[in-house]
Design a protein around this ligand. Structure first.
Ligand SMILES: [Zn+2]
Length: 138
């Protein structure tokens, strides 16, 4: 069953897309490549069939980087603001959606089901539920 499309955009807002759940997978990925590409401890990657994904604006601004040593790993990003944007997964008929790009994710949207490459997480990583979580910048 398809639900309503979710809108997404990059940091500067010039690249816009929409994606229609359900996701075929939604997970945090702690692999070393996702750490480099995100600059963080993990990526939050949702996947959808290509037919459930649509660019809305700004596709001409996208730079596509296919990581040569990898079978599928790629980073597509907005050349205006540097934000990662969704990318078509090489050799598959689906798109990877960095979940942080979703504009106003509804409260009932699908949740990540697992963390993968957990053993590759950086030594400094602490699960958020194991440290104080504050509502404001400190
Ligand atoms: Zn942008």
């Amino acid at each position: 069953m398809l639900s309503l499309p979710l809108a997404g955009s990059c940091l500067c807002g010039r690249v816009k897309f929409e994606v229609t759940p359900p996701f075929t997978a939604f997970r945090y990925c702690h692999c070393s490549r996702c750490q480099k590409a995100s600059g963080s401890a993990h990526a939050a990657n949702a996947f959808v069939a290509a037919a459930q994904f649509k660019w809305r604006e700004g596709e001409a601004l996208i730079k596509r980087y296919d990581h040569a040593p990898a079978q599928r790993f790629a980073v597509w990003f907005c050349t205006q603001c540097g934000s990662r944007v969704p990318h078509a997964v090489r050799g598959r008929d689906d798109f990877l959606i960095p979940a942080g790009l979703l504009d106003q994710p509804p409260a009932d949207m699908p949740r990540p089901e697992n963390s993968i490459f957990w053993g590759s997480r950086p030594a400094w990583y602490v699960s958020p539920n194991k440290m104080p979580c504050l509502d404001e910048y400190t």
